[in-house]
Structure formats: C-alpha cells, structure tokens
Design a protein around this ligand. Structure first.
Ligand SMILES: [Zn+2]
Length: 642
C-alpha cells in the first residue's frame, strides 16, 4: 500500500522513459535540437529574431573603416567548449555559491534495478564532476532499499559506467549499510511523536490525501492519534514479523494541511517479504526512499545533494526529516534531467526489445543504455562534452538523437585516425600498375597521430557504389572512359572495361589504366589493397535509428510498430586497409576519460574515421578470425531519417 505513495519518488528511477515519451506535447527547437515547451520556443524565436534584426541593422551601416569584406564567421566547431563550463557558470555555479564550503561532498545514488541510460550520464557528470571541479569527493551510493527490484548484475554495471566516464568514486556505499542506524532513527522519530504505525489500505490513504484529483478535504487517519508507546511496540512487531506486507506501515507525522503532498504523512517503513541481497533475511521491514535518502546524505556529510527536478517537492520532506533526527544538514538542489527523443528508455520497453530479439541485447548499439552507447563506440569524452554543451539548468531537456550525434561527430573528428574501408568491394585491375608502398598520415590535421605505410597493389578494391556501368555528365566517379582519383595513390585511374555476372547482374571486375594526364581529378575515392597487402575482410554493421518517428511510444499500434527496418544494415564482405592493425594496437582512440585507466579499453576503443564512409568502432563480437565494425555516426548529418 505504501509503494504508490513513496516509490513514485524513488531517486534516479531507471525506468524513466517518461520524458521522451512526452515529446509530442513539446515543440522542437530546430536550431538546438531540443524539445521545449511552446512558450519557451516562442521566447527563443523572438530572441533570435531580435538578434537577427540587430545584426542586419549593423550590416546595413556603411562599413567605412573596413578594407576588405569580412569572411562570414565560421562556427567555432574546432574550438571545443571549456570542459568545465557547466560548473563555472549558471545553475551549478549558483548552487556552489549558496553553500561555498570545502570540501564539497556529493553522491551519485542510483537504484541498482536496471542499466543506466544516457540520462544518467548527466547525473554522473553533474555529481562526480561538481565534486571534482571543487576538489571534493563524490560517493557512489547504491540506493538498495528495495530488495524486490535489485540484481547483482546492475551493481557492477553501474560502477563500470561511472569509471568508464572517467570518474573514481571516493567510496562505494550502500544505503543498506545503514539499516540499523535508520531503524534506530525511526524509533527516535516515534519517540518524538513524529511517526505512527498505520493500518490503512491504498484506497483509504487516497481519500486521506484528498481523493481523486485532490477534490475532497484532506484528513488524517485515527492511527495518527496513537501514543508513542503504542507505536513503538507496533513498529517492533512489524520488525519481528507480526505483519504481512501491506498490513501495516510506519508513517511520518508531518503536516496534512501543508500545500505540498510530500508533507502528507509519507511512508517511512514498509513490510516486505523478500530477502535482501546484502542483509539476507535479517530485515522484514525496509525504509522508503523518502526516509532513507536524506538521512544517508547526512551520514555521509553530503554538502550538495544534487538531484533532478522531479524531487523539487521532496526537498521539503527531505529537510523536515533531517531536522527532526540529525545534526548535519545537507543541501538538496534540483536540476533538469536529460532525455533523448526518437527512442525508448523505459526498462519495460527495452526488455521487450531484448526478449523479442529485435535487438542484439541490452548493449545493442541502437539503444541508449550506456552499455549500448559504449558498445557502439561513442567515446566517454563525447558524452561528457554533450552534457557540458547542453549546460545545466532547472529545465528538463529532451534532445534529438541528431544533436547528440553532432557532438560525437565533432569529437571524433579531432581525436581519431583515418583509414580506408570499402563496404561493398569490387576489384579493379590496373593494367599498368606495379606494387608500391605509400605513406599515409593517420590524420591530415594532426601530425602527432603519425603515419603508416600501405601497399598500393595492381588490383585494388573500390566500393561498388563508386562505379557506374553507364557514365553521365553529372557523375564524377569511375565509369568506362572516365577517370577518378584514388586517395593517396600515385595516379588517377581510368576505367577501360568491366565484366558482369550474368546471373546476378553484378559487376565482378573492372579493368582500368593509370590516367597520367589528368593531374587534378574532380573526385577522389577510397580503395583498399588486394589480399596479401595486409588488408582484411571484415563485417560492417551500419546502424541507423531503431525507430522511424521522433516519438515511438505514441506511434499507432505502439512503439513496436514504429521500428525502422533499416536500423541495422550489415556488409559481410567489407574490406579494411592494413593500417587497421596499428590503429587497433594503439587503442584507445582517443586516450580520454576512463578508458586509459582501464588499461587498453574495450574493443569499442578501437575507433577511426573510414574516409568517405563514416566513423567506426570495433564491436565486441570481434574474434581472432573475424573483425566486426560498428558505425558510430555518419560523417555528416543525414537530413532525412532513414
Ligand atoms: Zn491509518
């Protein structure tokens, strides 16, 4: 009976697709990729319009002193934002100034009942980052007071993700470590006359809280009048197993007349007939989130207890309980949470996708759990950069996947090496070519990445899509009689003939010669050396969005009806150049965030840009004999969704 009242507020609920699911009520700010309220969008558009008209007015003035027309200011994409910007300004700066103490102590308190998703990355960045920025400490505290939902696997997965993002917990703690202390404080609260054992059922509690829509007057049940002695005896009876779940619970005696529902005699303890993974059968009663969280914050000396805005109303009960029972008073403040549109994040829906084998597992690269984002190859630093770019305010943000990918793309552009990869290879025999070594830089912009030598062979592979059987004027790649440049190769090539498999209609081989006349071909394409050049066959998985719409949850017939049939396109015969081996040995790319601390990082830390194709990372399905690559993001934003 108490669960409805208390667990609705459980901190960092892992099952929180709600924000994304609400997307259609909001409107898209096309400039930032955020979903915002109608009012907010109007405000922003007005502001931009004003700015634009001011800029126009400025432009209109005669530029007497200017000697040359100014180049239009390019977007500052090459200069990343100060990685600490989110702590130096805005909400988090204000929070610090409200309580400018040293050392800062924070905590990240997930419930171990699911895999973390992209929204939690923000909570990790905020809590761990805030402490780190101020030279303080952050605890990783498992809020494990609900034995019904917890599983061992989630504990390790959560810690992994914190470390992967580059943070080290000051200590790993468990709310359950404090069960005895919390119990003693519950007795203290009873003795203070501030808690009572209640036997009311859900329906009755609802009535006490004003009924449907809170329309009727609120009142307290008769159990609130019991004496502290009676309540103490009954609470002990709860502890000793006299009551079954839902027959009795301990309630805080707050203020039913207060306007804040978090003051309407919340549940403090409930009977649960489940063994706890850490305390076994020792307890038959378990404290609620509302009772546990604020007290554990006090025990750990949390100076700034940062949580998301759905806990704004809880701040009153948080402070109320701490003031009754403990000396050290932490300060709770609330920031807007981060969600992503165009996907589902709720545990139930993810489970369905996994169970029905629609995806490859909880870490399928098309999902937005953090293990999935990691497997896909998104670098932890790009996630932190994304959070930092969005900034921290009290507004919830729902962001389009495209915006997230834009950050990843920019991040990879600066930090990973370039290689040549051909998705759908077709051999080109260059009649007058001889084998020659060419030295190629790993990055045209960053000499520090070094270079490598690849073999240009008489037969090379190019991508099927770079050849046409029939040429046309507006086509600039390879066709019979037409020349195209090969990246890093000695000369452009000109196709002379080709052969086809009559059965499939597919081109099986192209014949070509060097075109030594054309010095500057219109287009360059990538190529990969033949067998024996060190190039290797690999399986490439191109990932697109799993759903067709921005709001799969409200799609007709449910989100399973909104699946994109092209969300995973596999190229089983792709070929990667020989430089891949060195890139693999030198991983992680980039040497950033948590990956270097983990040693070599996982397969996903083998990242590169395949020139003219996309950004890729090695998949965990890779074996000694078989390389599997995942597309992290395309090179450019797809204007239309596939
Ligand atoms: Zn009652």
């Amino acid at each position: 009976m108490t669960d409805a009242v208390t667990d609705a507020a459980a901190n960092l609920k892992l099952d929180e697709g709600a924000a994304a699911d609400n997307a259609p009520k909001l409107q898209l700010d096309e400039e930032t990729g955020e979903w915002v309220s109608k009012g907010e969008l109007k405000k922003r558009l007005a502001k931009r319009a004003k700015k634009a008209s001011q800029a126009k007015a400025k432009e209109a003035k005669p530029a007497a002193t200017e000697t040359a027309p100014k180049k239009p200011k390019e977007k500052t994409e090459d200069t990343p934002l100060d990685p600490q910007a989110m702590f130096k300004q805005g909400f988090l700066n204000e929070v610090y100034n409200e309580r400018p103490v040293k050392p800062v102590v924070t905590r990240f308190p997930p419930e171990p009942n699911g895999f973390l998703h992209i929204g939690h990355a923000k909570a990790i960045a905020v809590n761990f980052g805030f402490a780190k920025y101020h030279g303080g400490n952050c605890y990783l505290r498992y809020d494990d007071t609900n034995p019904e939902a917890e599983e061992e696997i989630y504990f390790t997965a959560i810690e992994d993700m914190v470390r992967w993002l580059g943070f080290s917990p000051h200590a790993i703690t468990y709310s359950s470590d404090n069960f005895q202390k919390l119990y003693d404080l519950a007795e203290k609260l009873i003795n203070l006359g501030k808690a009572y054992v209640c036997y009311c059922d859900d329906e009755e509690i609802k009535k006490q809280r004003g009924g449907e829509k809170g329309a009727s007057p609120r009142y307290r049940c008769k159990h609130a009048d019991q004496t502290p002695e009676y309540n103490l005896a009954e609470f002990r009876a709860m502890r000793d197993g006299k009551y079954k779940p839902r027959e009795a619970f301990l309630r805080m005696k707050q203020d039913i007349t207060d306007g804040n529902p978090q003051m309407w005699d919340l549940a403090a303890y409930r009977v649960l007939d489940k063994p706890h993974h850490r305390t076994g059968d020792k307890w038959k009663i378990y404290p609620t989130y509302d009772f546990t969280h604020c007290l554990c914050d006090s025990f750990e000396g949390i100076t700034h207890s940062l949580c998301t805005t759905e806990f704004f109303l809880s701040r009153v009960s948080y402070e109320w309980l701490n003031q009754q029972l403990v000396e050290f008073q932490p300060m709770q403040r609330e920031y807007g949470r981060l969600s992503i549109s165009g996907t589902v994040l709720s545990k139930r829906k993810l489970k369905e996708l996994v169970d029905k084998k629609i995806v490859r597992g909880w870490d399928d690269p098309r999902l937005y759990t953090l293990i999935a984002v990691r497997r896909r190859g998104v670098p932890p630093g790009a996630i932190l950069e994304f959070v930092n770019e969005l900034g921290v305010t009290t507004n919830n943000s729902i962001i389009q996947i495209a915006r997230f990918e834009q950050t990843i793309r920019r991040y990879l552009e600066r930090t990973v090496p370039r290689l040549m990869l051909v998705l759908d290879p077709v051999p080109v025999v260059i009649e007058d070519a001889e084998e020659v070594d060419v030295t190629v830089p790993f990055s045209p912009k960053n000499a520090a990445m070094g270079d490598h030598t690849i073999k240009f062979t008489k037969t090379v592979y190019i991508d099927r899509s770079d050849f046409r059987e029939v040429d046309s004027k507006d086509y600039f790649r390879l066709a019979p009689g037409k020349s195209v440049g090969l990246l890093n190769a000695p000369y452009p090539i000109k196709a002379t003939s080709f052969t086809k498999d009559e059965a499939t209609g597919k081109v099986t081989e192209i014949r070509a010669v060097f075109d030594k006349e054309t010095k500057k071909p219109k287009t360059y394409i990538q190529w990969v050396g033949a067998e024996g050049s060190g190039s290797r066959k690999c399986e490439v998985r191109i990932y697109n969005q799993l759903f067709k719409s921005e709001n799969p949850a409200s799609a007709e017939g449910g989100y399973l009806n909104d699946l994109n049939p092209e969300s995973e396109v596999v190229y089983p015969e792709a070929r990667i150049e020989s430089g891949f081996d060195e890139v693999r040995q030198r991983a992680p790319w980039p040497e950033a965030a948590g990956e270097d601390k983990l040693g070599k990082g996982g397969p996903e830390s083998v990242r590169f840009q395949a020139m003219r194709v996309a950004y890729f990372a090695m998949d965990s399905d890779t074996t000694d004999d078989k390389i599997v690559l995942n597309r992290i993001v395309s090179l450019k934003e797809d204007k239309e969704k596939s």
